[in-house]
Design a protein around this ligand. Structure first.
Ligand code: ADP
Ligand code: MG
Length: 323
């Protein structure tokens, strides 16, 4: 008789929950912290419910709109204080979002009578200096710039791209995550029954030269970092919460169609057919495939408010190894 059934292991191993940055600031928001707390608390509610059902969770999050605002603040204040490099802005966003999430989840848990510590880990992720992404920056980031500002920054070495009607935007590399430097800290928290928040904003990207690490101005996709974290911890379940209720085929066209379940094979086929664009749904699907190919059993992509229903197969999109 097997010591532990697959189902038992599924129920006992922690679940990694990745929350999209777009769920924290909505397009119609002004950006006030009160707005962000409202959205964060709403996202923490179903997570608290999972915990109340006896499940262990690890949380990771995106930072897109938040780091965008930090960069804009850099730009507006540049004549008074030196602008901070992007990797420090990512670190700042991990601190701010981590604080807001830890407090919101704690309060949600207290409301339902659970006393648990939630702790955000400032997380650095090693990337390869030879990653081809460094030769070809593709990720637009920060504010829009005028022609003259763009000319100045390009002379300073930035890659920039002109977007019609709006202005210039900085492009940064998006290298693949190689190694989570604070993995042992996350494990230690789990061992102590503490809920970790880790790898926020995809992690602070660092490269290693002669045994010394240093931050680099790049952005690691948070879904790919989350997948690495889930694999490093040998997790079975990985839930991706975003601002859309699941995965669609023909997204953006009138005949778009939601898919309730996908196997790795389906996902790979649709990815190759171009249903999942880079920078949004593409990395989520890639993250899911990588996770399932290295021991993961289930990925769910859904909206935060549908999390519980999605676990029961009633909402969202479930991705599994095979049918
Ligand atoms: P997050 O902050 O959660 O990472 P993203 O904007 O990166 O959010 O990804 C979610 C977005 O992906 C959705 O809001 C949707 O506009 C877009 N998207 C692109 N292709 C698809 C697809 N095939 N199915 C569903 N959403 C898609
Ligand atoms: Mg994203």
């Amino acid at each position: 008789m097997p010591f532990l059934s697959d189902k038992h292991i599924m129920n006992k191993t922690p679940i990694l929950i990745a929350l999209g940055g777009n769920a924290l600031i909505l397009p119609e928001d002004k950006g006030y912290i009160e707005e962000q707390f409202i959205h964060t608390s709403a996202c923490m509610k179903p997570i608290a419910e999972l915990i109340s059902r006896g499940m262990t969770v690890i949380i990771t999050h995106g930072n897109g709109p938040i780091v965008g605002n930090i960069l804009l603040r850099n730009e507006c204040a540049k004549n008074f204080i030196p602008p901070m490099p992007l990797y420090i802005c990512v670190a700042d966003s991990q601190g701010g979002i981590g604080s807001m999430m830890a407090e919101s989840l704690n309060n949600e848990l207290k409301r339902i009578g659970i006393n648990k510590t939630v702790s955000a880990v400032i997380t650095h992720i090693l990337v390869d200096n030879n990653d081809p992404a460094f030769q070809n920056p593709t990720k637009p980031i920060g504010p829009y710039y005028s022609d003259s500002d763009a000319e100045f920054y390009m002379r300073m070495g930035w890659s920039m791209k002109k977007i019609p009607e709006r202005g210039w935007r900085r492009l940064v590399p998006s290298p693949k995550p190689k190694k989570i430097l604070e993995l042992e800290a996350v494990k230690a928290l789990l061992k102590q029954n503490i809920i970790p928040i880790a790898s926020g904003g995809g992690g602070i990207p660092v490269i290693e030269e002669n045994g010394i690490t240093r931050g680099v101005d790049a952005v690691i996709d948070k879904d790919l970092s989350a997948s690495l974290l889930a694999r490093d911890l040998s997790l079975k379940r990985f839930f991706i919460l975003t601002d859309v209720d699941g995965v669609y085929l023909n997204w953006g066209s009138a005949d778009r169609k939601k898919v309730n379940a996908l196997t790795i094979k389906d996902a790979e086929k649709y990815l190759a057919e171009g249903h999942f664009p880079p920078g949004s749904m593409g990395p989520k699907i890639e993250a899911a495939i990588e996770f399932l190919k290295s021991g993961g059993q289930e990925v769910i992509i859904t909206k935060p408010e549908d999390l519980i229903a999605a676990m029961d197969g009633k909402r969202g999109t479930q991705i599994v190894k095979s049918a």
